[in-house]
Structures are given as C-alpha cells and as structure tokens.
Design a protein around this ligand. Structure first.
Ligand SMILES: Nc1ncnc2c1ncn2[C@@H]1O[C@H](COP(=O)(O)OP(=O)(O)O)[C@@H](O)[C@H]1O
Ligand SMILES: [Mg+2]
Length: 294
C-alpha cells in the first residue's frame, strides 16, 4: 500500500508513530512522511487524488496537520482517522457538545473567548477545571477552587484562545485511559496532571465493563477508529473528560504492529467512492511528495 503520514516535529522521535512507520515499511509498504510544521510543503502538488491509499495524521492540536488531512479528504483520499471525526475531538468545545448531545457522560461545559467571561460561571460549579479548547498533553489545564482564585490567577489564562471550563469531577487522582485500536481496547491508569504530587507511571489495569461500553460508544459517536479516551471515575460513575485521535497507545502490547495492522485494514476497507466535487484523476508524474523516512 502507499501511505502518507503527517507527523509534526514534536513526534519526530516518538515511538508512536515512528515505530508504526518502520513496521509498515518492513512489511513492504511505501510510506511518505510530510512534516507540516517544520518544512515547506507544496500543498497544491502534495495533496492529489490517487496519490496514496490513505493519509494518516499524527500531529498536535492546533497545528497545520489537520488542515492538510482535510485537504486530502477534500480531494477524495481516504484518511485515518476520518478528518471530520478528528475535528470533532480536537476542538474541546465541539467535543463536549457532540458528546453530551449523544448522551455520553461528559461534564457540563462552558466556553469563553476571554478569560474574564469566566466570572459569570455560577459559584456552585466550583471547583472549576479550565483548559484551552485546542489543548493536549495537559498543557494549560488549571484547577480553580473559587471565584477569588479566578480573580487572582485569571491573567495566567490570557492569550490561550478559546477556553473551556467544567466542574471538577471528584476522583482518586488518577485517570483511566482507554486506548482503542480498531475495536480492541486496553486500559491504563495514569496520574492526573492536576495531581502533581502523585507520580505513578502509566500502567495497564483491568478495563471495567461499564467503561468499555462507554469507550465503544465514544468511537461510534465521534466516528473514530484509532483513539484514546480519558475517563475519571467520579461519584456518579465514569465521566469522559477527553477524547484523543491517534494517542500514544502507551502500554498497549505490540502497539506498533497492532496500530500498523489497523491502519492497513482501515485504508483497505474505506469507502472508495469519490466524494462529490472531488477530483478523481491520478496525479501527474511530476507531482512529488517530499519523502523523509524518520
Ligand atoms: N472536569 C474535570 N474534572 C476533573 N479533572 C479533570 C477534568 N477535566 C480534565 N481533568 C484532568 O485534567 C487532565 C487534562 O485534561 P484533558 O481534558 O485530558 O486535556 P488534555 O487534552 O490536555 O489531555 C485530565 O487527564 C484529568 O486528569
Ligand atoms: Mg487528556
């Protein structure tokens, strides 16, 4: 198969996706790698109908990678995950609306474009977790215990774009992280970034049935096949606080081979019907994609 991976600088040396790419190449597949954040990309030439069997995205939220993946989808190429599904989870405002409207256990969510507007959140909703709508890896996540604390620390929340705020879900201090690889599920436990004193490393744990049911529903609701779900075991049951497309799959046994197999299956079985308006002619021989194997 011919695959194109979009990988940003941050993941250049990361086990995921570099090992997945090596695995695919060792099985005889051709993998081109585009680094949208760090090199010049001749987009009008690189994104061509028929150039690859699938494009795969492993980039940071808010980076240029998702736009390129959407461009690939727009010319009729198969993308892993589906580009619209990725948009639905990378924007935490969208993710909260989609999740709650489909009955998933997602906390009540406020969205503001200026931190000062958080002053309107009712005191009854404190403690409050505030995070950037395009955040990832715990960046910029803050716990505010009271409106007084908002007034004291608010300026730290400036210049982060749209913010979301949710009531704090009481929990043991550890996240239950569920990794889903094309229908298979694995659970790990990891210290919440809001609990810096706990330092337990991520480790495999049993996946409770109820959480497995919710994680499967997350895949259906958002339309993802390779994804992770951050769950907190709150007093009213499991709560979904985050959904990630193409997560680390840390602690998933044989993750590179498992993820590589899933990508091949998804690329092979994707609906190959061209979308309305999509170009269907193969690229001219001159259309070159920079090939940089890691
Ligand atoms: N509503 C919440 N209540 C309690 N803890 C939360 C809440 N939302 C997030 N957290 C904690 O903050 C961490 C980071 O938030 P998350 O939404 O996963 O953002 P990121 O995209 O940065 O991973 C979560 O893993 C969880 O431990
Ligand atoms: Mg998270």
């Amino acid at each position: 198969m011919r695959l194109c991976f979009l990988v940003e600088e941050q993941y250049r040396h990361d086990g995921m996706p570099v090992e997945v790419i090596h695995q695919l190449v060792s099985w005889g597949h051709r993998v081109d790698v585009l680094r949208p954040g760090s090199s010049l990309v001749a987009v009008s030439e690189a994104v061509r109908a028929g150039s690859h069997d699938a494009w795969v995205l492993k980039t940071v939220s808010g980076g240029p990678g998702l736009t390129l993946l959407e461009a690939a989808a727009a010319v009729g190429l198969t993308t892993v995950n589906d580009a619209r599904a990725i948009r639905g989870v990378r924007d935490k405002v969208l993710a909260a609306v989609i999740g709650r409207s489909h009955g998933l256990p997602v906390p009540l969510t406020y969205a503001v474009s200026r931190w000062e507007s958080l002053a309107e959140v009712p005191e009854a909703d404190y403690p409050l977790v505030v995070k950037p709508a395009d955040g990832s890896s715990g960046r910029g996540v803050r716990l505010l215990m009271s409106p007084d604390q908002l007034r004291a620390l608010g300026a730290d929340l400036a210049d982060q774009g749209t913010l979301i705020a949710q009531p704090y879900v009481p929990n043991s201090g550890t996240d239950l992280k569920v990794y889903c690889v094309d229908g298979e599920m694995y659970a790990t436990e990891r210290c919440s970034p809001l609990q810096p004193s706990l330092t337990t490393r991520e480790r495999r744990v049993r996946l409770p049935k109820e959480v497995a049911r919710i994680a499967a529903e997350v895949g259906r609701v958002y339309g993802l096949q390779l994804y992770g779900v951050d769950v907190l075991m709150g007093p009213d049951g499991p709560m979904v606080v985050d959904v990630n497309d193409f997560p680390s799959f840390r602690q998933v046994p044989d993750a590179p081979a498992r993820v590589a197999r899933a990508i091949l299956r998804l690329a092979r079985d994707a609906d190959t019907t061209p979308r309305v308006g999509a170009a269907v002619t193969p690229p001219p021989a001159a259309a070159r994609i920079p090939v940089q194997l890691p």
